[in-house]
Design a protein around this ligand. Structure first.
Ligand code: UDP
Ligand code: MG
Length: 155
């Protein structure tokens, strides 16, 4: 089992589609291990988007990511990092496939509704960045045996 980080960005909060986005993950069978609203600032975004600090769009990205609070989600499941990335879709929402969250809800490269960790290593770092250990809850929902066969859990 893996846990991955999602941020519903200000574009998702402003569009009032947080519920719709969270529903997609719940319907898929991902377990919500943590969820909270938080106001990001430049300091945490410089860490989170360290790979982009030298890009010309970085100031605009900071502004966009701080205009409202975000919703942070920790989602658990088998291969959760890849499953959630696939559900998220390509970075540019105009090019993201229909059926993905960005593909279904967005029209922008920057205002693309959500962030999702891109690897197991990133997920570990990002979860530690956005959640304290006591904000993550390791429980098993009663639906668990209907979501996974034992083979899935050995994968
Ligand atoms: N971004 C942007 N213009 C670009 C590339 C990225 O505005 O040309 C923004 C966009 O909001 C994206 C975020 O920077 O989601 C992080 O970029 P990354 O390449 O990590 O894409 P992601 O992992 O979010 O698909
Ligand atoms: Mg990324």
């Amino acid at each position: 089992m893996e846990t991955t980080l999602v941020l519903i960005k200000p574009s998702g909060v402003q569009r009032a589609i947080c519920g719709a986005v969270i529903s997609r993950f719940e319907q898929k069978g991902l377990i919500i291990e943590g969820m909270k609203m938080m106001q990001l600032d430049e300091k945490i975004l410089r860490e989170h988007y360290a790979h982009l600090v030298d890009r010309p769009f970085f100031p605009s990205l900071i502004e966009s990511m701080t205009v409202t609070p975000v919703i942070a989600l920790a989602l658990r499941g088998v291969n959760a990092v890849n499953v959630v990335r696939e559900m998220t879709g390509s970075t540019n929402a105009r090019k993201a496939a229909p059926g993905t969250i960005r593909g279904d809800f967005g029209m922008s490269g920057q205002e693309n509704i959500l962030h999702a960790s891109d690897s197991i290593e990133s997920a570990e770092k990002e979860l530690a960045r956005f959640f304290k250990p006591e904000e993550l809850f390791n429980y098993t929902p009663i639906t668990f045996p209907a979501i996974y066969a034992s083979d899935d859990l050995n994968a």
